[in-house]
Design a protein around this ligand. Structure first.
Ligand SMILES: *Cc1c(COP(=O)(O)O)cnc(C)c1O
Length: 413
């Protein structure tokens, strides 16, 4: 029956900012009573941008109102519009396709790798046409996309590369931070992301200073920051809040510690779940290059039974994307007729994420791991998984220069 509340583990922590409450109130007071009465795009925002640029080694960082907005601004700054195609993952969050449609361009869905769950570079390449302007790769759950392959592909085909690293802050691949492989990358600061905050915000990071200048203009109605009410381009309202900038500056020194705790929990899950692979429960590998620790996602054909099993033990698990993007009512009209995305469909059917946040206690982590392991002993699991694919994650440190997937893996029409 229902576990006692001592073991109840919510999917997202309600206490992420518990230790920062006083600081937040002081910041609200300081900004609210400051002589400048500047609540957006002030010196605190500028300082946060400098800190984040320094931390990631980017020439420029431009704070904006959300991760979604960061994508919108990047596409607009790149001049993406009607008649253009942008290749996007067939599995992932709505903004991957919605921002492209909003720009007036067409999202072209590419299938994902079956275990990494990130867009497959070979599938993306097979979809390039004379109208393709941008490749949009996104990191997923805890695994970075094959960015070396995407970088090579974009350079070889003369395309722009946008790296949706909204949830991957803190990840690195071959020593290069997530967000720094594309012509532009981004981070979301929405509450639950790895550098989340109590509000909405995001940032664009890039080495392309001309692109950064465009993004800077576009986030504030196309003004250049010098001449007010001169609008060089049709822009957006995507400004950044000074209270949130001060709060992020306050939280920045603790970020590495929180990321390390996330990595520790993730490694513990991986150690516990490694023996489950042969039974058909697929977990990401322990540690490794190209990983980050946003949520911990496993794949199983009986994920609904797993979710119920966990709920009975007080553990809230989360299914992020129960449908692929081409199967969403909003995006189906943009999916190519007759197209198929078998890996995205399988991911939608099989993904389930476990709690992963820095303030989980060791006892909670063990309780979650025990509950998952116990599930694989139940008949609900053993009877289903006898018939299913037991492929395991490939070692993500083995990213190849060019992709090695076969034609059969590609989501071609
Ligand atoms: C969270 C997220 C976004 C959107 O960020 P918001 O700040 O919520 O708008 C975009 N892409 C990915 C991959 C995300 O995880």
């Amino acid at each position: 029956m229902t576990a006692p509340s001592i073991t109840a583990v919510p999917f997202f922590s309600p206490e992420l900012f518990e230790g920062d409450r006083e600081a937040l109130l002081e910041i609200v007071h300081a900004v609210g009573t400051g002589p400048e009465q500047k609540f957006i795009l002030g010196e605190r925002t500028a300082r946060l941008e400098r800190e984040l640029a320094g931390r990631t080694g980017a020439r420029a960082a431009v704070a904006c109102s959300s991760g979604t907005s960061a994508l919108t601004l990047i596409l607009a700054a790149m001049g993406v519009g009607p008649g253009d195609e942008v290749i996007v993952p067939a599995f992932g969050c709505a903004p991957l396709a919605a921002t492209v449609v909003d720009a007036g361009a067409r999202p072209v869905f590419a299938d994902v790798d079956p275990v990494r769950l990130t867009v497959d570079p070979a599938a993306a390449e097979s979809l390039i046409t004379s109208r393709t302007r941008v490749l949009l790769a996104a990191h997923m759950f805890s695994v970075m996309a094959d960015m070396p392959a995407f970088r090579e592909l974009a350079d070889r085909r003369g395309l722009r590369l946008v790296e949706d690293s909204a949830l991957a802050q803190g990840g690195t691949l071959r020593g290069r931070p997530a967000g720094r492989w594309g012509d532009a990358g981004l981070y979301s600061f929405v509450q639950v992301k790895t550098f989340g905050m109590p509000g909405e915000g995001g940032v664009v990071v890039t080495d392309d200073t001309a692109l950064a200048a465009e993004v800077r203009m576009l986030r504030n109605h196309g003004q250049d920051g010098v001449h007010r009410f001169v609008h060089h381009r049709i822009g957006h309202n995507s400004r950044f809040d000074e209270v949130m900038a001060a709060f992020q500056l306050h939280r920045l020194p603790g970020l590495d510690g929180r990321l390390a705790r996330r990595a520790e929990i993730s490694a513990h899950y991986s150690r516990r779940f490694a023996p489950l692979a042969e039974r058909g429960l697929v977990a990401p590998p322990e540690g490794g290059d190209g990983r980050f620790h946003y949520v911990y996602t496993v794949l199983t054909e009986c994920r609904d039974a797993l979710r119920a099993h966990l709920a009975e033990r007080g553990v809230a698990a989360h299914v992020y994307y129960p449908r692929s993007l081409p199967a969403q009512p909003a995006f189906a009209p943009y999916a190519r007729p007759g197209g198929s995305w078998p890996n995205a469909e399988a991911a939608a059917r099989r993904n389930i994420s476990l709690p992963l946040y820095p303030n989980l206690t060791d006892a909670q982590v063990e309780h979650i791991a025990d509950a998952v392991c116990a599930f694989t002993e139940t008949s609900a699991f053993t009877e289903t998984s006898a018939f299913t694919d037991t492929s395991t994650f490939t070692d993500t440190s083995a990213f190849t220069e060019t992709s090695a997937f076969t034609d059969a893996d590609r989501g071609r029409a």
